[in-house]
Design a protein around this ligand. Structure first.
Ligand SMILES: [Zn+2]
Length: 702
């Protein structure tokens, strides 16, 4: 990125020589940040462990079971109250506390809730998983003295949650600790993070966590993982350091324990241990201080590009790019791991300079206000927008938490001029053609600034007909529907809307095919391993290396999450072991951090599709008869007021089922009754409605 800034016509410049200790030490939040070489000693402060981790609280039930509602009210989520405050993932107590006319009998609801609480929970489920994982770890063969092990823990079977580690002679260095977001397979979860079970068992051997750049898919997992990893020192460039430190402010129990060491660009190699040293090198991505990393062993280096693109004009690579890779010709690189995210796109991407120039012209020509929706992660571009605004004597304001936060870091590090920044509340004090607003929500995110303004629900900003609205972003796969809705709302007005499909207002931070190919030619590696991306992307990347660059098949390895890759015999041979480290992803799901339970996800999908149906029977055990007609509580299944006939049929089925069971029996096995009841009721509901809600039977003995 250093190059990109220096080559831009806009004059935005930054050299690392201007970095100084004051910037980082001035942050003053308690997290220690030290310059390279200062080995700060962890403070021996007492520390309250994070509540609730590694403990399953979720449902283990099939449709015929229900788990106890979690009694757990601890909330390690950062900041500020329960998740529902964001409006996301609203939850209620399975209907137990609410009543809806014609369906819920409120006098039964608290009883039902208590009954559900009593049902068995699924604690044993995650214990089983732990035992299985330990068995997997025990089966991994020891590493030979002349061998290097490289393990992509996560980030090669889907975008996000990147983490790789390198091991040599009993010492481990981890590269990145990111998180990923929920997918249709993981409804309702907050983040996915790498599975660190293996690394936890090797905690004492972990010597460093090295960060390539401050994007969440590379650092977002730190608050959830750093304690489990034994608080290894974090080596990072400056922007990443401040980004991590800001994140940790939301986790007061961690911030005093985390040791962040800023690596200066001018530092060649930093010794981590006697055998392992680390070198950062500048490359181009989309956030300041993006770097590649070399972990050097006595037998050669492991190079990780992190996320990367190549500045070019129609395929002519900029001289600055050539310069920043030039040192590599003198390096002994055994293995290159390289970003695969951009591989599906052929050719070269447009230069970021083109995007900046396009926006510069839009700002120059605008008669009214300019609103630019952008990825908050593209900090370098946002800084260029600031330069353009300044050039045309416009004021600039930020709206949206993540943009404010990232630009706050840029301001703290004095990366560009912030003199013309104004609070968002002041934009009405200026003429329309003097105002530029950078805001979040170009992906149509429901609660982001852009969407709120577009739908008229923003507290202070309303679009005016003279406004220009630019979506300086592509559509991330999966967000198509949300972006279409956003555009529907934007185009309803008479504003001048400019998107990715109209003009060159966006370029990706991930190199396309030809850019990646060029990187391959700059790194004199022996072995190649594609990382970062969906599985088809890493495979495409491997195929490109083989077919188009002539890398031999035995020198390429395509990993899965947890694959154990070894470079054996002092760098001579590349081997992929049959074993893997435990790799199923870990999830952050409200206050829960632990394994992903498929059965819980299946329940959520079922609830999402067909809703839930609770049937409560009060059984007179002595007489073997129901005390009264069964009660029904349902949510999201059918519109109950229009379904009274069906409900009566189901009540009759339930009554008949239980009373038939009780005939000729002296004792009632409630678990058995519930199973039979669930099966019969489910069958009846499918027959009547052609839908299959999640059925929860509750049997009360009276
Ligand atoms: Zn990135």
């Amino acid at each position: 990125m250093e190059n990109k800034n220096s080559q831009n016509a806009s004059g935005q410049q930054r050299t690392n020589n201007t970095n100084n200790n004051q910037r980082t030490s001035g942050a003053g939040t308690g997290t220690r940040i030290s310059r390279t070489g200062e080995r700060s000693v962890p403070k021996s402060k007492t520390y309250t462990p994070r509540p609730n981790t590694r403990r399953s609280t979720g449902s283990h039930g099939s449709h015929s079971q229900s788990a106890g509602a979690s009694p757990n009210t601890n909330n390690p989520r950062p900041g500020k109250g329960p998740r529902n405050s964001s409006g996301k993932g609203k939850r209620n107590n399975g209907g137990g506390g609410r009543s809806r006319a014609g369906t819920t009998r409120s006098r039964n609801s608290s009883r039902t809730h208590r009954a559900i609480q009593k049902l068995k929970t699924s604690a044993e489920y995650s214990q089983e998983t732990d035992v299985q994982q330990q068995r997997i770890i025990d089966a991994i063969p020891p590493l030979g003295a002349d061998d290097i092990r490289v393990v992509p823990v996560c980030g090669v079977e889907g975008i996000g949650a990147n983490m790789t580690f390198v091991e040599f002679q009993g010492e481990i260095i981890i590269i990145d600790a990111g998180f990923g977001f929920s997918t249709p397979d993981t409804p309702g979860i907050d983040y996915t993070i790498p599975n660190t079970t293996y690394l936890q068992s090797r905690k004492d051997d972990i010597k460093a966590l090295v960060i390539t750049h401050g994007h969440l898919d590379h650092v977002g997992g730190i608050p959830y993982l750093i304690e489990d990893l034994g608080f290894p020192p974090i080596y990072t460039r400056e922007f990443g350091a401040v980004f991590i430190q800001k994140k940790l402010e939301e986790y007061p129990h961690l911030k005093d324990k985390v040791d962040i060491r800023v690596i200066d660009e001018t530092a060649k190699y930093t010794d981590i241990t006697d055998n392992l040293k680390v070198r950062f090198f500048g490359l181009t991505h989309s956030i300041p201080d993006s770097t590649g990393v070399i972990i050097q062993t006595p037998y050669g280096g492991i190079l990780s590009t992190g996320d990367v693109r190549v500045e070019n004009d129609n395929g002519k690579v900029h001289q600055d790019e050539i310069d920043q890779y030039a040192f590599l010709k003198d390096e002994n690189i055994l293995l290159m791991t390289c970003d695969s995210t951009g591989i599906p796109k052929g050719g070269w991407s447009i230069s970021e300079n083109v995007v900046v120039d396009t926006l510069d012209t839009i700002m120059k020509d605008a008669d009214g206000r300019v609103f630019i929706g952008a990825f908050s992660s593209q900090v370098e571009r946002l800084m260029e927008f600031m330069v353009s605004a300044k050039k045309y004597n416009k004021k600039i304001a930020f709206e949206g938490r993540s943009i404010k936060s990232n630009m706050g870091i840029a301001q703290q590090l004095e990366l560009t001029n912030f003199d013309h920044m104004i609070p968002i509340g002041d934009i009405d004090n200026y003429k329309p053609n003097e105002v530029v607003v950078l805001l979040t929500g170009a992906q149509g995110e429901e609660f982001a600034a852009l969407n709120r303004i577009a739908t008229g629900t923003h507290k202070s900003i309303k679009f005016q007909n003279s406004d220009t609205i630019v979506l300086s972003a592509s559509v991330v796969p999966g967000n198509d529907y949300a972006v279409a809705q956003l555009k529907n709302n934007l185009y309803k007005g008479s504003y001048n809307v400019i998107t990715y499909s109209d003009n060159t207002v966006h370029a990706s931070g991930h190199g396309t095919r030809e850019e990646l190919k060029w990187i391959h030619t700059q790194v004199p590696y022996k072995f190649f391993m594609p990382v970062h991306g969906e599985q088809y992307m890493t495979r495409m990347h491997a195929a490109m290396a083989r077919r188009e660059l002539g890398v031999s098949q035995e020198n390429i390895v395509v990993p899965d999450n947890g694959s154990i890759i070894e470079i054996r015999n002092r760098g001579a041979e590349l081997v992929k072991l049959g074993q893997k480290i435990p790799a199923p992803i870990t999830v952050v799901d409200g206050s829960y951090v632990g394994p992903l339970h498929k059965v819980l996800m299946d329940d959520r999908k079922a609830l999402h599709q067909d809703g839930m149906f609770v049937i409560v029977v009060s059984l007179d055990v002595k007489k073997g008869k129901l005390k009264k007609s069964p009660d029904i509580i349902s949510r999201g299944f059918v519109y109950l007021r229009e379904s009274k006939d069906m409900l009566n049929k189901v009540r009759n089925v339930a009554k008949r089922t239980v009373e038939t069971y009780m005939k000729n029996r002296k004792h009632a096995d409630f678990d058995e009754i519930k199973d039979i009841l669930a099966e019969r009721v489910t069958k009846e509901l499918i027959q009547q409605s052609h839908k299959e809600p999640l059925v929860i039977p509750v049997v009360l003995g009276v």
